[in-house]
Ligand binder design. Structure first.
Ligand code: MF3
Ligand code: CO
Length: 250
């Protein structure tokens, strides 16, 4: 119970886990092109997991049927890989986790395919920036909701909206562990951050309304107004004087 603080040994394993995930996501970027189906992307990711000798924490999680979530355009998160064929101008979020020797990291990128609209490019850029502005707060002594506040501020300043129905979360021995926290809120509130906490910071940002709906498959979250949505996520280690992104090359 409570927020798990990773030991030095555990931090080393989280770093190794994050490195594998970061490499897999860089590798898959090359495959996200016009004409490929999201299921084919899933199959490539399965191969990469195997090659790296890591397991998927998504597959079978509450019955989830895949190792990745692939969310295109108006799909916010939890898109199930399918026979959908990627087309020119799509924005494609790939979300996945790895379990390396019992240590889980979780990350997502939104990739641009071909000629994306100006608004689409801006949305993806702001989403990524909101992640960084939030992650920068992941330093010992700050409050947890300082992260939430910075994400919301960055997003809303640009006229976009932050999704309210999904949260960011702790990660490590489990895919989802304490603390769970919204991607919007007030600074100076929430638990005090401590060195050794690992957080999956994951803003989901909509072009229009923040409202979403869940499709009949019970997973796919789409924007209520059919406008675009982007997602960016990394596993972040709370540091003593600075944050450390575990799932991205620095
Ligand atoms: N990054 C997502 C999350 O933390 C992925 C979960 S997908 C699931 O919610 F399949 F594992 F549910
Ligand atoms: Co997550």
């Amino acid at each position: 119970m409570g927020i798990h603080i990773k030991s030095e040994k555990e931090i080393l394993l989280m770093r190794d886990s994050g490195k594998v995930l970061s490499d897999i996501l860089s590798e898959i970027e090359k495959k996200i092109v016009v004409g490929i189906t999201t299921f084919e992307i899933e199959m490539e990711l399965r191969k990469l997991l195997k090659k790296n000798k890591v397991k998927s924490p998504f597959l079978g999680y509450r019955g989830y049927p895949a190792v990745s979530c692939i969310s295109v355009n108006e799909v916010v998160v939890h898109g199930i890989p399918s026979d959908y064929i990627i087309k020119d101008g799509d924005i494609v979020s790939v979300d996945m986790g790895v379990n390396y020797r019992g240590f889980i990291t979780d990350a997502a990128r939104t990739f641009l395919v071909g000629n994306v609209s100006k608004e689409g490019i801006k949305l993806v850029d702001v989403t990524k920036r909101s992640f960084y502005e939030g992650a920068k707060m992941a330093v010992e002594g700050n409050h947890l909701y300082d992260i939430s506040f910075m994400i919301q501020k960055t997003v809303e300043k640009e006229g976009f909206s932050i999704v309210r129905d999904f949260v960011s979360h702790g990660v490590g021995r489990r895919l989802h562990e304490e603390p769970f926290f919204q991607n919007f809120g007030e600074k100076g509130k929430g638990p005090i951050l401590k060195y050794g906490m690992c957080l999956a910071v994951e803003p989901m940002v909509n072009q229009g309304t923040y409202r979403i709906k869940i499709l009949k498959d019970g997973w796919t979250a789409v924007t209520e107004d059919g406008k675009l949505s982007a997602h960016y996520e990394n596993t972040v280690l709370v540091g003593k004087d600075t944050f450390e992104i575990l799932t991205e090359k620095n």
